[in-house]
Design a protein. Structure first.
Length: 153
């Protein structure tokens, strides 16, 4: 039998699936996602499917991908999102070698005003430890004219 390992709350199952069954399950899963039409239903589905740890892990991975796309350095991302260097490196490699999915979502997300507002708030709360040059990477986060080049606050 071939196939991927199933995960149960981040535990690896020793039971393999046949390739055919694996493909059918993925088809069902992706079709299910494609038919969810609103944010509330997506949230209900995903949060009943994944653990709180997995929810945080997935959100941080997307955050890492966005910050990498915006030009932040890995060390800055590690501090902002409180993730390991290894996690940032893995997301960076995924973006570079198989990042089509990330890029689609990031492009769409960055085009949305609400997204910019939410992510801008996240960055305002965490950028105080970084240099002024970081403010220029995210529009609207620059200190007011006349202010010293100090952290937001």
């Amino acid at each position: 039998m071939t196939g991927i390992l199933l995960y149960d709350m981040m535990q690896v199952s020793k039971n393999y699936l046949s390739k055919n069954l694996e493909n059918k399950l993925f088809e069902l899963f992706f079709d299910s996602l494609a038919h969810i039409s609103n944010r509330s239903d997506i949230e209900k589905f995903l949060f009943s499917l994944i653990s709180p740890f997995e929810k945080t892990m997935l959100a941080k991975r997307l955050g890492i991908a966005i910050l990498l796309t915006k030009g932040y350095r890995q060390e800055e991302i590690r501090k902002i999102l409180r993730v390991s260097n290894e996690t940032v490196s893995r997301v960076s490699m995924a973006l570079n070698y198989r990042g089509e999915g990330y890029k689609i979502v990031i492009k769409r997300a960055l085009d949305k005003e609400r997204f910019n507002e939410i992510f801008g708030t996240i960055l305002k709360e965490t950028l105080s430890a970084f240099s002024y040059s970081n403010y220029r990477k995210w529009p609207g986060l620059e200190p007011h004219k006349g202010d010293k080049k100090t952290p937001l606050g």
